[in-house]
Design a binder for this molecule. Sequence first.
Ligand SMILES: Cc1cc2nc3c(=O)[nH]c(=O)nc-3n(C[C@H](O)[C@H](O)[C@H](O)COP(=O)(O)O)c2cc1C
Ligand code: FES
Length: 409
Amino acid sequence: MAVTAPLRWRCCDATACRAAGSAALRQRLEAEVGADRVKPVGCLRLCGQGPLAAADHADGHTELVGGVAGERRLDPAHPFFALQRPVVLERCGLVDPDCLDDALAQGAYATLERCRQLPPQAVIEEVVRSGLRGRGGAGYPTGRKWQQVAAASGAHKVVVCNADEGDPGAFMDRSVMEGDPHRLLEGMAIAAQAVSAAEAFIYVRAEYPLAIERLHRAIAAATDRGLLAGLPIQLRIGAGAYVCGEETALLHSIEGGRGTPRPRPPYPAVSGLWGLPTLINNVETFAAVPAILRQGGDWYEAMGTASSKGTKVFALSGAITHTGLIEVEMGTSLRTIVETMGGGVPAASAAWILRNVQPWPTSPAPSTMPAVAGWRAQDCPWHRTVAGAPQRRAAAAHLLSGRAAGSPF
Ligand SMILES: Cc1cc2nc3c(=O)[nH]c(=O)nc-3n(C[C@H](O)[C@H](O)[C@H](O)COP(=O)(O)O)c2cc1C
Ligand code: FES
């Protein structure tokens, strides 16, 4: 390996790199520089070129090496990296996901500790001020949902994390859980404190074995050290039915029933798990919370657009040159994401992806939309509106996977 004497190596130990042979790369590095200078970390972002390792040099610069033999180098100055704005992913790729001490050294649970000194209403107001909206699809204002659960009558309340992530090609939530599980736990514990919930569940799909393993270890480690403010957090493993990502179906599934949605109201905030007031949020939503409470709602609110605040994690997969994980400010155009960061769409696949990146709800249906309009649509900022959640989910899934129903690519 031609890289000169880095201080340490961070070796990606997330699912895609594992599948590409990260164990062999890590063994090779450990043999070369010693195990104490090689640290396993979560996703380093450019998953399609793994197994990846990052070499951190004494002068502060980092080099990325890919391939079991370390033969390929990737430039961290590339827009794929340079245009990212890590908030949810701020520790992913830096921290050893299985080492609580490493997470603590990088700030984990410090915000929860501060929030415990505040009145619950002050915590909720900060989330309201941030403008954070749910990342699970519907874009419902998170602070407002927390207010509703806090105001619901009933002494026993529950927090549930939706980690079902059923959208084809999506791996944002999995990457957070694999790369920085303590961040999710901290966000959930802050939420529980804010709405006065006594217990919490994470509903995660069985197809995510590494995330499940790491969550188990992280919950045990944080509980043993008394870091979760007494909140019991349990995992519930879903069998992979897409519909179980819908919140009422998910709750039925946790209760042991069939995963079928039910009409709302009543919303889970009023009557959710076993009829108890339930706060249900997506992984990315909870994972944004520690940064918001640490840096303030106004800090988060200053990022993004008038109606969509903060950042968004995207999984770029399918018909795109740079497959991987990005986090960008809300309002970043689809052209920037697909072309500048993602390196564009291979020519043979272009027509398919273009038909699936239009804005909604006013644009024509994908099947009637000419490809050229799709290109124009790529200049539209990515944002969430109040209407058309199923359309948004579908469009996002297609963009992220680069595939349309019936597409040969
Ligand atoms: C068919 C269907 C599937 C869904 N799948 C997911 C999912 O996989 N993950 C998720 O977080 N939300 C999913 N949702 C949205 C949830 O019902 C719910 O709105 C979300 O968990 C609320 O969290 P949030 O406010 O943080 O977004 C789905 C909704 C529908 C209608
Ligand atoms: S899984 Fe290794 S870079 Fe994403």
